[in-house]
Design a protein around this ligand. Structure first.
Ligand code: ARG
Length: 319
């Protein structure tokens, strides 16, 4: 008899996949339950996570949280003009929601322990830890705790018949959701390295974008977008459509050095076409309707909101 059930946030990637046998062999759990949360990372990624979770875990859940992501995280982010060091936050907004869905499953499965596959360097470990701990659960982070090398992980995956992505050593780490796509790692860590065109998936380079502008109208109600070009639309449809339209005009790239929560500086590239358009339009609306004093005060609370969101402190009463 081992330690019972552990519930893990699952992406289908190498790290979280090897965590399934690790949680049994190294941590002595009897049952590993995986949870893949759909926040708009693309149908293929979700399909892979579902297939692998169903095959390798004892129980697997795939949860479609896209509408919840829009109404509970993206709408507030729009109202707060949510941005960090100049780019529209995306990953930061999705992590607490993923963690919350994992907590729900843990309650349902009567598990006292949850796990994530984050390393000890990034922001996501903290965002997950925070939600898990506030729910009173014990947290295991095998990748952070066991200091594994990629070579070791690949060997271990082979031993456990876990398929390794066929592509030769993926050169970048990509995180995608409805609001943004982020690309980091590999050669991009050198600030002097110009991002090659191949890293971009949502936006055309300006030289390939049409010379003719495209006029669109956005309709807002109480600070959130509710329609485009005269047609009422759900937030999810509007964002999905606008990502394509604005991305095809080369709108919404960021290329920067970011200050992570723990103080490390990290090179980041982002794509966020719909977010750029919506946030720009929203800020214009505020400029049009608020007084000078209201605008100045709003900037202060917006900044605080963004800082808390970036740090994953979504249960902080001030949030
Ligand atoms: N630096 C950003 C954040 O912490 C995004 C990181 C996304 N991760 C990735 N592997 N691309 O919010």
């Amino acid at each position: 008899m081992g330690k019972g059930t552990v519930v893990m946030a699952y992406s289908g990637g190498l790290d979280t996949s090897i965590c399934i046998p690790l949680l049994k062999e190294r941590y002595d759990y009897d049952r590993v339950v995986t949870v893949a949360v759909n926040v708009g990372q693309g149908d293929e990624e979700i399909a892979v996570a579902t297939k692998k979770g169903e095959k390798f875990a004892d129980v697997h859940y795939t949860i479609d949280a896209r509408d919840r992501f829009v109404t509970e995280y993206l709408f507030p982010a729009i109202r707060a003009n949510g941005s960090y060091e100049g780019y529209p936050m995306g990953t930061a907004l999705a992590r607490p929601l993923i963690a919350e869905e994992v907590v729900r499953v843990a309650l349902r499965e009567k598990a006292k322990t949850v796990a994530h596959g984050c390393t000890g360097k990034g922001n996501d470990q903290l965002r997950f830890d925070f939600i898990f701990r506030i729910a009173g659960l014990e947290v295991i982070a095998p990748i952070r705790e066991l200091n594994l090398t990629r070579e070791w992980e690949i060997e271990y995956a082979k031993e456990h018949k876990i398929p390794i992505p066929v592509v030769k050593e993926k050169p970048w780490s990509i995180d995608e959701n409805l609001w943004s796509r982020s690309i980091e790692g590999g050669r991009l860590e050198d600030p002097a390295y110009h991002p090659p065109e191949e890293i971009f998936g949502w936006t055309l380079p300006l030289e390939k974008a049409p010379d003719k502008p495209e006029m669109i109208t956005l309709e807002f109600l109480k600070g959130i977008p509710v329609g485009m070009n005269g047609e009422a639309m759900s937030g999810r449809d509007l964002i999905t459509k606008l990502n394509i339209v604005a991305g095809s005009h080369g709108i919404g790239r960021s290329n920067m050095i970011e200050d992570r929560i723990l103080g490390l500086k990290a090179r980041e590239n982002y794509e966020h076409p719909a977010a750029t358009v919506i946030l720009t339009a929203h800020a214009d609306l505020e400029q049009l309707t608020l007084t000078r004093q209201e605008l100045a005060f709003k900037r202060i609370v917006d900044d605080k909101w963004s800082e808390l969101a970036y740090m994953g402190l979504v249960h902080e009463p001030l949030f």
